[in-house]
Design a protein around this ligand. Sequence first.
Ligand code: THU
Length: 135
Amino acid sequence: MSAAPRLIEAAQSVYAHAHAPYSRYRVAAAVLADDGEIYTGVNVENAVFPLTMCAERTAIFSAISSGAKCILEIAVVTENAGSPCGSCRQVMREFARDDMQVHIAGVDGSYRTRFLAELLPDSFSAGDLICGPDR
Ligand code: THU
């Protein structure tokens, strides 16, 4: 069963914590990890603009930092149901199968679901590395 409602609710609950004084574009994310826990994150901007961290990566790095190994499902909440950026798609791929569901939601809770493979087709991942962990 999809964890979409729980993940969207978790992301909505931290949406106000986004630190986005420069873009004014708040983003919140929540992931269900393989340890059964839900981890959240928000975008955290910086006066040195390139140092900004996206919400999806904040949530994923929180899960991994807590000992999770994989993410099973993710939701991202923005004002206009914007889609995850390319960098976040690649970081998702590091820790998820390419059939992971990505729920892309508005702050009102309406959402669409995409498979990671649709967002990042023909992806490069750890298994492609000649000396990677799978070899
Ligand atoms: N942002 C995210 O948090 N996730 C994305 O996938 C796209 C962009 C943030 C970064 C920045 O704080 C703001 O949205 C505008 O780019």
